[in-house]
Design a protein around this ligand. Structure first.
Ligand code: SF4
Length: 217
């Protein structure tokens, strides 16, 4: 099937000629005429479908220790069909959740400054609570934020309140009421986190687990 409909995607305006057109504008015309396909531009990326994450995300392999050699009790994977373990965050200014009118489907940018994490995260909002300011999100690719540009809402700095996902036991299975050491899947730092396990139940797909009061170990 031809991949010629630009949809919401627009070439980046680099006019580098790598696609065979002399400018991005010409490339768009060639797309419309069926003479080019979007992947002919090396800057084109398919947007991930958050409802159908690729198999590679769901079957990713992790080590059993963090970068300091500390072993994980468990690794938290996404719930079935989701792109990441759910992350519950609280902006340093919780009133911004309502002021920015953050809602389901929005992309939010910020750094988990409260936990001391140096990495900016792009979050796709599942639920926004205007009473507390809490946002329940998936962690998604920075590419999505680049594509959405001005539509991304910045909360700048936030506390990590909790994670929810499916636990893969490494050293100790999640136990209700205990502070345990775990890796939220896709943590780019590969650092052990700790948190209090406050929900565990066995399901057909594994051990559905929620952890709150998050610190980096
Ligand atoms: S390769 Fe992409 S960025 Fe370069 S001119 Fe073609 S459309 Fe523009």
């Amino acid at each position: 099937m031809k991949n010629t409909d630009t949809g919401e995607w627009v070439p980046p305006g680099k006019n580098c000629g790598a696609c065979g057109a002399s400018t991005c504008e010409e490339f768009v015309l060639m797309l419309a005429g069926g003479k080019k396909e979007k992947p002919d531009c090396p800057f084109y990326r398919e947007s991930p479908d958050l409802n159908n994450p690729p198999e590679s995300i769901l079957t990713a392999n992790y080590g059993v220790r963090d970068i300091h050699g500390d072993p994980f009790d468990f690794i938290l994977h996404p719930l079935p069909g989701e792109p990441s373990a759910r992350k519950i965050v609280l902006p340093f200014r919780p009133d911004m959740t309502e002021k920015l009118e953050i809602k389901k489907g929005d992309l939010v940018l910020g750094r988990p400054t409260g936990a001391g994490c140096p990495v900016q995260h792009v979050l796709s909002v599942i639920e926004a609570d205007y009473l507390t300011g809490l946002l329940t999100c998936h962690v998604v690719s920075p590419l999505l934020a680049r594509e959405k540009g001005d539509e991304v809402k910045s909360i700048s700095a936030y506390h990590i309140i909790g994670f929810e996902g499916v636990a893969q036991t490494i050293n100790k299975e999640p136990e209700f009421g205990r502070r345990q050491k775990f890796l939220p899947g896709f943590c780019m730092m590969n650092l052990a986190h700790t948190g209090v396990v406050n929900m565990v139940f066995e399901n057909s797909y594994g051990i559905h687990t929620r952890v709150e009061d998050i610190r980096i170990w």
